[in-house]
Structures are given as structure tokens and as C-alpha cells.
Ligand binder design. Structure first.
Ligand SMILES: Cc1cc2nc3c(=O)[nH]c(=O)nc-3n(C[C@H](O)[C@H](O)[C@H](O)COP(=O)(O)OP(=O)(O)OC[C@H]3O[C@@H](n4cnc5c(N)ncnc54)[C@H](O)[C@@H]3O)c2cc1C
Length: 491
């Protein structure tokens, strides 16, 4: 498996990345991008360290590596979930990575790999269709597992005017095939994507599937693209990274997972990387199963956010001595209940899961999707409770340099130092974390991420509708209303 430096070397591959109007020659060295890229490299090293320990001693208690079915030690997050225990192992690995990183990651690979597990589940339905190449999916999945590449996901096109069909506006508003060659297909369009500029490859597929009755469509295409493919450009959004402000912004200065608009300016995709094309049925099957596993990773990330909301709030009220106030305890209980609700959905989804077509353990779908929906829906309210409990000081506290300045530091210690247990510097650190997590540009960005990263909320609800079994409720209602029984007269 890879080390951090293997990974860094792999993305120095001539890819075309733009930020703040300038072309970036080496993404690993750009000041706005280097911190998150280094953090990703550090995760590779952590996993590799655990793998080495596991290889030396197969019964070693390590969280980040696991012996897979083929006898190879690999990243626990990338191991296919064949039984319930594999999901708990991923959960533990995710906790351990977050602990060692000291922050939250969204794109760790497991989320996006889940999309590939779903496609292999659909082998039977896809195999009968024209231009659907499930063997390519299986080969890529195996390659990711064995070569440890950083694989992400591209769904969302700019889309243009949503009221128009693709053919009635600039056709490039949705990514599409422009021609076939002997070597593969040539695609044009654009996608928004987290981490594209520092990942190795992405699974690209359509986000909308409203082609009417058409069975053939150049928009119904799915493939893997290499991030340095000729014609591919990554245009970054503005970042929150400022390595010089790490003491004041402990999360965003290191862990801003930068998104980019990926422009496909006639990019050739070799046949062996094509999963399906010109087949709306295949696109529909892939879209409808896409979050079968990936939602679990998303819900895990939300659980970690809930943990941070609780930790920030509880430590703060302990510092200020407010934790015994009844009204404060009630607010902490609301946060605890949010946390427990997410945790319960995760456990229930694992325990009530079932075996998929490809032999994987599928988390119970309507429980998982309901967990995702309610966790995303309630997140802004929970952030606001944490903001309220932390008080105005997260918005008012002076910066770290002031706390170090000998002339003014004694004043800051006097007004921020609460006790021997909580000196001024520790209080400042807690408030800086709280500000970064709740009040900063990064905090707002992360809220948008949770709202939209997998799909917008209306699609979350559609996933519940499509997976929930309404029959028992209807049957019970029929029973209570005695529907279907013979009429018994007016008495
Ligand atoms: C921080 C961040 C990171 C992201 N990372 C990725 C990534 O890695 N890969 C990727 O592919 N995408 C990514 N996205 C994009 C994300 O998937 C899209 O933003 C999301 O799918 C919504 O698409 P849109 O932004 O085009 O919104 P629109 O399609 O314009 O929708 C906007 C709103 O209009 C309403 N609406 C639209 N259509 C309907 C409908 N049919 N029914 C009911 N209401 C409707 C809803 O309220 C919806 O929220 C990311 C987004 C964010 C914010």
C-alpha cells in the first residue's frame, strides 16, 4: 500500500489546476492547497503504519488496517463490507483517523468507493444492456483496492437552465459524449467535485436522468477519468486555508477539502475505463443505487460533527460554570439526542441489513436514508444551539498573537483564564475551535457540504420514499378501519 510520499508523487503528474486566476505547477507546493494535501498524505502514512504492524503481527490491535478476504492487509475503509463486523471496523477506523488528524475529513475514499460497490451489485441488471461494461467496474474496483489510489466522485453538472432539455440549450451544460474513437469515447462538459485537484481519479456519471423516453443518449455516460487526462482542467473555488493562522483557525487552516469545477474539454476516455454510455437504462440503474453504501460514510461524518458540537458546548459551559443550570442541561440534552439519533440509525442500519447481489452486507436502506435526512435537516439547528451555549465570546475573542504579546497577555490571562484547570490559553483554544467550526466561512461552507454533497434534500427524501416498505402500515390501517370486511349495517 502507499505511503504519503507515494501519494504526493502520484499527483505531481502534469495535471492542469487553476486557482485565483493562476495555473498551479505543483499542487503539493501551492500555499492554499499544500495543507490539505499534506493532511491527506498523513492519512496514507497512518494507514500504512497500521498495515505494517498488522503484517508483522496478524493479531495486532490496529484500527486502520484489516486483513482482507485475499489475505492482504489493506486500509480498513477500503475493505468491501461483507459482514456486519466490517461496518463496525470502518466506524472504528473513521474514529481513529479523526482522532489522529484532530479534525474532520469528508473525502476519505470509502464514501466514493461505496458507489462502485453499488454498481457491482447491479451486475445482473446491467449485463443484459448494450454498452454497459460491468467487468470494467470490477477491474477498477480491484485496482483501487490493490493499488490504494485516491478515488473520488463526479456527479453534478452546471446544468444551465433546468427548465430546458439538454438538446434545447448549450449541450455542454451536461457532460456528454461527442464522438467515439478506436481507443474510446471523447467527452465534453463540466462537473463540480470535492478534492478533484488532489485525487488520482474519479467515477464520473450523470446526476439527472430526465431524458424522457429516450433509450439512447450521449448524456447517459459513466466512466473513470484520470485527473491528469489531456483536456481536463480543474478550476478551484476560493479556499479558507491560511497556514499562518493555524492557531486561530485550527480546522480550516489545515483541512479545507477544496472543490473545483472540472472542465472536460474533449477528454478521451479509453474503452477500458468506460462503465456505460448511450444507455439511459444503465444510467438510471446506477443513479438509483448510488448511495446504497456511500450514505453510511456520510452519516459517520455527521456523527463526528455531532460529537464536536457536544464537546465544544460541554467544555465551554464547564469552563464558565454554567453546566449545572437546568436550561443549559436541557440544551446539552438536545445535542446529545441529536448525536444518539445518528448513532442509532447507524447501528440499526447495520444490524437490520441484508446480503446484496454481490455478497456485500447492505445497511438497511430506509433506516440509513432516514438517518441521513434527519441528520442533515437538523444540523443547522444543532449548530445554533452550540453557538448559543458558547456565548458571544466565540465572536469576540482576540487572536493568538495578542495572547502571546507580553504587554497585553496579562490582561487576556486575567479575563480569559478561569481557573488553574482552565488557563487563558486553553480557553482561547477552545473558543478558536468553536469559531472555526461554528462561525467561520469554513463553517458555513461545511454546512452547504452536508446539505448538498451527496444530493440535495429532495433527493434524500426520494431515496426514503423508494426504499421504505409502506405495505405494513397500510395493512395495519386496513385492519383498524376494517377495510374489506362486509358491511355490518347501521348498528
Ligand atoms: C461543498 C460542496 C461539495 C460538493 N462536492 C461534490 C462532489 O464531490 N461531487 C459532485 O458530483 N458534486 C458535488 N457537489 C455538488 C452537489 O452534488 C450539488 O450541489 C447538488 O447535487 C445540488 O445540485 P445544484 O447545486 O446544481 O442545485 P440545483 O439543481 O440548482 O437545485 C437547487 C435547489 O432547487 C430545488 N430543486 C431542484 N430540482 C428539484 C426537483 N427536481 N425537485 C424539487 N426541488 C428541486 C431544491 O431545493 C434544490 O436544493 C458539492 C456541493 C457542495 C456545496
Amino acid at each position: 500500500m502507499r505511503t504519503g510520499s507515494d501519494y504526493l508523487e502520484s499527483i505531481r503528474d502534469g495535471r492542469e489546476v487553476w486557482i485565483e486566476g493562476e495555473r498551479v505547477r505543483d499542487v503539493t507546493k501551492h500555499p492554499a492547497l499544500a495543507p490539505i494535501i499534506q493532511a491527506r498524505a498523513d492519512v496514507y502514512d497512518m494507514v500504512r503504519g497500521d498495515e505494517d504492524r498488522l503484517r508483522e503481527n496478524p493479531s495486532a490491535p490496529v484500527a486502520l488496517a484489516k486483513t482482507d478476504q485475499d489475505g492482504e492487509a489493506r486500509n480498513t475503509l477500503l475493505v468491501r463490507p461483507r459482514q456486519k463486523e466490517d461496518w463496525y471496523a470502518k466506524w472504528e477506523a473513521h474514529d481513529e483517523i479523526s482522532r489522529r488528524v484532530g479534525g474532520l475529513f469528508s473525502r476519505l475514499g470509502d464514501d466514493n468507493l461505496g458507489e462502485m460497490w453499488s454498481v457491482t451489485d447491479e451486475r445482473e441488471r446491467l449485463e443484459g444492456l448494450d454498452n454497459a461494461f460491468v467487468d470494467n467496474v470490477e477491474r477498477h474496483l480491484r485496482a483501487i483496492e490493490t493499488s490504494d489510489v485516491y478515488h473520488v466522485s463526479a456527479n453534478t453538472d452546471p446544468k444551465g437552465d433546468r427548465s430546458k432539455n439538454p438538446k434545447d440549450q448549450d449541450p455542454d451544460m451536461l457532460l456528454h459524449v461527442v464522438k467515439e474513437t478506436d481507443r474510446g469515447i471523447v467527452v465534453r462538459g463540466a462537473k463540480f467535485e470535492t478534492a478533484s485537484l488532489y485525487a488520482n481519479q474519479a467515477f464520473v456519471k450523470p446526476t439527472i436522468t430526465n431524458w424522457g423516453d429516450a433509450t439512447l443518449s450521449p448524456y447517459a455516460v459513466g466512466f473513470v477519468v484520470q485527473m491528469n487526462a489531456p483536456g481536463l482542467k480543474h478550476i478551484c473555488r476560493t479556499t479558507f486555508t491560511d497556514a499562518g493562522k493555524a492557531a486561530d483557525y485550527p480546522l480550516s487552516s489545515r483541512l479545507d477539502e477544496v472543490e473545483a469545477l472540472m472542465i472536460f474539454d474533449d477528454v478521451e476516455i479509453p474503452w477500458e475505463d468506460v462503465f456505460f454510455y448511450e444507455n439511459t437504462r444503465a444510467a438510471l440503474i446506477v443513479r438509483s443505487s448510488i448511495h446504497r453504501y456511500a450514505s453510511f460514510s456520510m452519516l459517520l461524518r455527521l456523527l463526528k460533527s455531532a460529537e464536536l458540537l457536544l464537546g465544544i458546548s460541554h467544555l465551554n459551559v464547564e469552563q464558565t460554570g454554567l453546566h449545572r443550570q437546568q436550561a443549559v442541561m436541557e440544551k446539552l440534552s438536545i445535542l446529545a439526542s441529536y448525536h444518539e439519533s445518528i448513532r442509532s440509525h447507524l447501528i440499526a442500519a447495520i444490524e437490520s441489513g441484508s446480503v446484496s447481489g454481490s455478497g456485500l452486507w447492505v445497511p438497511h436502506q430506509s433506516m440509513l436514508f432516514s438517518g441521513r435526512y434527519s441528520a442533515v435537516r437538523d444540523l443547522p439547528g444543532m449548530m445554533h444551539i452550540a453557538r448559543e451555549l458558547t456565548g458571544g465570546q466565540i465572536a469576540l475573542t482576540p487572536d493568538s498573537k495578542s495572547f502571546e504579546q507580553p504587554e497585553i497577555a496579562p490582561y487576556l490571562e486575567k479575563y480569559f483564564g478561569l481557573s488553574e484547570e482552565w488557563p487563558g490559553e486553553d480557553r482561547r483554544r477552545l473558543l478558536a475551535l468553536a469559531r472555526d467550526f461554528l462561525n467561520s466561512g469554513y463553517a458555513g461552507h461545511k454546512l452547504s457540504f452536508q446539505l448538498f454533497s451527496q444530493a440535495p434534500p429532495f433527493a434524500h427524501l426520494a431515496a426514503i420514499f423508494n426504499s421504505f416498505d409502506f405495505e405494513p402500515s397500510k395493512s395495519f390501517t386496513r385492519q383498524c378501519a376494517r377495510i374489506g370486511e362486509e358491511a355490518r349495517g347501521s348498528a
